[in-house]
Design a protein around this ligand. Sequence first.
Ligand code: ADP
Ligand code: MG
Length: 694
Amino acid sequence: MKQVQDYFGCNVFNDKEMKMRLSSDVYKKLKKTIIDGKELDISVANSVAQAMKEWAIEKGATHYTHWFQPMTGITAEKHDGFISPEDDSRVIMEFKGKELVKGEPDASSFPSGGLRATCEARGYTAWDPTSFAFIKGKTLCIPTAFCSYGGEALDKKTPLLRSMQALNKQAVRVAKLFSSEVETVRTTVGPEQEYFLVDKEIYNKRKDLIYTGRTVFGALPPKGQELDDHYFGAIKPRVQEFMDELNEELWKLGILAKTEHNEVAPAQHELAPIFSTTNIAADHNQITMEIMKKVADKHGLVCLLHEKPFKGVNGSGKHNNWSISTNTGVNLLEPGDTPAENAQFLLFLVSVIKAVDDYQDLLRISVASANNDFRLGANEAPPAIISIFLGSELQAVLDSIETDTPLEKHGKSFLRIGADVLPPLPKDTTDRNRTSPFAFTGNKFEFRALGSSDSISCANIMLNTAVAESLRQFADELEGASDFNAALNALIKKTIVEHKRIIFNGNGYDDSWIEEASKRGLLNLKSTPEALPYYLAAKNVKLFTSHDVYTESEINARYLIGQEHYSKVVNIEALTVVDMLDKDYLPAISSYSKKLVDAAIAKASVGIPADYELETAKILSSGLSEAIACEKELKAAIAEAQAEENPEKKSMLYRNSVLVLMEKVRNIIDTLEGSVEESAWPVPSYGDLLYGVR
Ligand code: ADP
Ligand code: MG
C-alpha cells in the first residue's frame, strides 16, 4: 500500500523539487526573490520555467494555467497547451520564463467594480513565487495575483499579500523592541472548513440547490439535530470513502489535511488542516473547496459549501485560526516563560484587542454575504456583533493590570509587566466559548464568523491591516521611550481601559447581550447591505490607504462589488422561488387536491364519508390561494428591485422586501407539504436530503 509520506506533495513543484532541478545559482536567486518579494529576473525565470515544465510533463501535464482568485470569490483558470509547432510539422513542448511570470487573461467578464472599463479588458496575472506551482489533472497551475494595467488589484490575493507586508513592517518594529534578532513576522492561519454531503441523485431533483446552493423551500423532518447524535458520531462508510480520497488528493497537493469529523447537523462534516502562512492557507483553502466538490461527485455525492443549505438546520462556517510568528520561531500570541516574553505577549494581545474594537465594522464586512446573513445572529453561529472572548484566566490578568490589584493565583501582590512571569494559562479545550465570534484559544485567535464558502482572504486582509495599525501606533509610542518598561506598562494599561468594551466572555446567543452590546456602543450590523457602507467610512479609507493595502478606488470597487453581488444572489434565489412555485409546487398541489376531490365525489356517490379528502382538499385549495396572492406581491417586489439603479437602495430592497416575501411564500408551501402524500410532492424532502446518504 502507498504510504502517505511517499506521495505527500508529489503534485507540487516545492522546495525539494526546486533544489533538485535548478542549478544552485538559479535556486539561490529564486529563493532571494521569494524572501525579498522582488520581481524575478527574466534569465532566472527562464530556467525556472524550463525545470517546472520538465517536471510537469513527467507528471503527465499538457497544459499550464495562471491560477488566480478574482473577486467572484472562487478561482479562475484559462488553460494553455505547452505545444508549439516546429517547421517539420512536429510539435515541441514549450514554456518560457515570461509565460511563467506574467499572463494576460481577457478579464472583461470578471467583476472589477468599475476599475476597468470593458474596452480596456486586459488585466494581467503575476506569479506569487511564495506559493508553489502544482498540478491539477493535466494542468500545471501557477498561483498568481491579478491586477489591472493601472496596477489596481482585481483579485483577493494582491491585497492579502499587501496586508501581510503591512503587518510585517509594523510587527517587526514592535518585536525588535524585545529582540534585535527579529527580521520578519508573518501571520499564520488554519481554517477549519464545514460542509454538507448529499446524495447526487436526490440533489439533481432540487432546482433550488442547483441554482442557488440552498433550499428555498422545504419543511423540517420529524428528526433534526436535537439528539446531538451526529456531532463526532461514527462516520458512514460512504462518507469515509469520500474523506479518504479527499485526503489523498489534498496530500498529493501538499495540503496538510489533518482532522475530519461529523458536525452538528445530519449530513454535515468538517475538515481542518494544519496551519500555514496566510497566503498559502488561502490558496490551499480554495483548492480544498474545489477538490471537495470534485471528489464528492466521483462518489455519487454533492458537497454543499453554502452557509445555510437547510432552514432550521445548522449552517456551515469556517473558523479562521490566526496567529503571528517571527522568523526566530516565536509565536507572538503564545504566553511565554520569561518576563520579557510575557510582556511581548501582552502587548501583541492588546494590539489585537484594540484592532478588533477599532475596526469591528471591517471584520463584520469581511464575513458579510447574502448566504452568511442566514447564520450570523441566528443562534447557531456567532452573533453579528463583533466581540472578543478571552477566557477567565486571561481576563483576570488584564483586570489586575487595569486596576492595579493583586492577581490572586499569582502569589505575588502585583503583576509587573516586564518583571514578572504570568501565571500559566490553560489551553483547555473545554473552556471554549462557542458563541463568540472572536475567541482567544491559548496561543491564537479564532475568528469564527466566516461563512463556509467564503474565501478566507478578506477576513485576513482586514485583520492583518487592523492589527498593523495598532502596532504602528504602539511602535511610534515605544520606540523613543526613555524608560521602556514604564512606557510599556502604561501603554498596555491604557489600551485595556480604552478597548475593554469589545471583550465579552458571556453567552453571545443570549438576547441580553444585544442590549448590553448596544449600551457599550458596539456595532450590530445585522445584514450585508447594512454592513457594506462602512467600507467607505473615512477612518477605514485612511487605514487601508496609509498601509498601502487598498487605494481609494480599490475600496470603492470592493464596496460596489459587494452590493452588486448581494443583489444578484437574492435575485437568483427569488427567481428560483417563482420558478419552483409556477412549475412544481402550485401544479402539484392543484393536481393532488383534484385527486382528493375526485375521490370524495366517488365516495359520495356510494354514500360513504369523505372527511379526509374534503378537509385536506380545502386546506390545500385555500393554501394555493394564499400562495398565489403572495407570489404576486413577490413578483412585484422583484420587479421593483430590478428596476432600482442605486446599488445601496437596490440591495436594501432585496433585503427588506424580496427576501421577506420569499420567506412568507415559503412558509405557506412548507405548511402544505405536511398535507400532501409523499409521492405527489414534486421534489425530494428535507428528510431525503439530510438522511439520503447511506
Ligand atoms: P479546535 O479545537 O478548534 O479544533 P485545534 O487546536 O485543533 O483546535 O486547531 C484548530 C486549527 O488551528 C488547526 O487548523 C490548527 O492548525 C490551527 N492552529 C494551531 N496553531 C495555530 C497558529 N499558531 N496559527 C494559526 N493557526 C493555528
Ligand atoms: Mg475551532
